[in-house]
Design a protein around this ligand. Structure first.
Ligand SMILES: Cc1cc2nc3c(=O)[nH]c(=O)nc-3n(C[C@H](O)[C@H](O)[C@H](O)COP(=O)(O)O)c2cc1C
Length: 373
């Protein structure tokens, strides 16, 4: 009963996108497992150079070597739909986009910044000639309008879909700290506004613009709720961390199983955005002003003020990925504490499908009962 998710000519059997998770949390292992189950698997491109061993190469070169390898590995392991998540704020954004398109990635998800123009070095003609779909990630109808309007004005062309990420998501959030718990900014409030704002673009371009809901979506009932609101699919991150196939160390995953609601909080990230994470000793230290000395391998974020920063976020996230939680921390969605065990991607997808189908049946029974009475 799960509807298919169509983005242009791409079709996923299951309307679930596994959100890209850096550093190194969603690589080819997780992305291919999700794609094999009919969803869209997404590799995170952030900080890949930190994981690459290639000798004699600088960090920027290592980033691209690792990126090519991960896309090739994912495609070798799955015939399904594979995407790549890119932070617009990284210094080698243009190179990453070009490399991913050369490797024939199916979809690019552009987050952590507003992609108001197509990446440097790419022409619109080239973009239109390749099959890669471009999908920005936004947190408001205003951001969606800015991007679509800018693309329309500059190129007479618009992105292929949009992910709308609400404040319950894990990772960096596109909200001010004081908006995160304000019900006016809840995902349920933003989705209808984005649908409305994109309607004229759909009409003018005679093109469907699938809207994907993300942030705090936990079970099949939640998926059903957002599809009923008009979303074409959902993006989920947190649930996929607690899977066997997730590319993080087991200690990273165990934190999700062992954490409590009150352990999950909002941090002020050096990226300049709030982020949702599991608050551990490392984060308590930096919040109280204790510096964690680091050597910047290179300025990976365009806006990083490394002299003012108490720690290097790329390094801290990479340490967490390999299980060194004394020197790092993990991002997590608001619902991470509800996860009780690590399962396979197949089991997770099956449970989401069952919960979705139970919700549909329950509602059908209720409607039938109402009609009869
Ligand atoms: C550990 C972790 C790392 C993440 N890293 C990124 C990232 O690098 N880029 C990005 O756009 N989103 C990132 N996200 C957000 C996810 O892609 C996804 O949109 C979000 O987690 C959805 O909310 P949920 O976790 O409640 O399902 C991350 C989320 C988590 C939990």
């Amino acid at each position: 009963m799960f509807p298919k998710l169509k983005i242009g000519e791409l079709t996923a059997r299951v309307p679930i996108i596994q959100g890209g998770m850096g550093v190194g949390i969603s690589l080819s292992g997780l992305a291919s497992a999700v794609a094999n189950e009919g969803g869209i698997g997404v590799i995170s491109s952030v900080g890949l150079g930190l994981l690459e061993q290639a000798n004699g190469k600088n960090y920027r070169e290592k980033n691209l070597i690792c990126l090519r390898n991960e896309i090739r590995k994912a495609k070798a392991m799955s015939d399904g739909v594979i995407g790549l998540n890119i932070m617009v704020a990284v210094s080698d954004y243009d190179d990453i986009v070009k490399t991913a398109i050369e490797e024939k990635i199916d979809i690019l998800f552009l987050g952590a910044g507003l992609p108001l123009k197509i990446p440097e070095g790419l022409t619109l003609e080239y973009l239109k000639s390749v099959k890669t779909k471009i999908v920005p990630i936004v947190s408001s109808d205003r951001a969606a309008k800015l991007i679509f309007h800018s693309w329309e004005k500059k190129y007479d062309h618009i992105p292929d879909a949009v992910v709308v990420e609400g404040p319950k998501a894990g990772g960096h959030l596109g909200f001010k700290a004081e908006q995160v718990d304000d019900p006016h900014y809840a995902l349920e409030e933003i989705i209808p506004k984005v649908i409305k704002i994109l309607e004229p673009f759909k009409q003018r371009f005679k093109k469907d613009i699938p809207i994907i809901a993300a942030g705090g979506i936990f079970d099949g009932k939640d998926i059903h709720k957002f599809l009923e609101m008009g979303a074409a699919g959902v993006q989920m991150g947190t649930r996929f961390v607690a899977t066997n196939e997730c590319d993080a160390d087991i200690k990273f995953k165990e934190q999700y199983i062992n954490c409590h609601k009150e352990d999950i909080g909002i941090i002020k990230s050096p990226v300049g955005l709030p982020g949702r994470a599991i608050i551990n000793e490392f984060l308590k230290d930096v919040t109280s002003g204790i510096k964690k000395p680091f050597i910047c391998p290179w300025k990976c974020l365009k806006t990083c003020k490394m002299n003012q920063s108490l720690y290097c976020i790329a390094d801290a996230l990479m340490k967490a990925k390999i299980g060194d939680l004394a020197n790092g921390f993990s991002f997590a969605g608001a619902n991470a504490y509800r996860i009780k065990k690590i399962v396979s991607v197949k089991e997770l997808m099956e449970s989401l499908r069952n919960e979705f189908e139970e919700t549909v049946s329950r509602l059908q029974d209720r409607n039938f009962a109402l009609k009869v009475s």
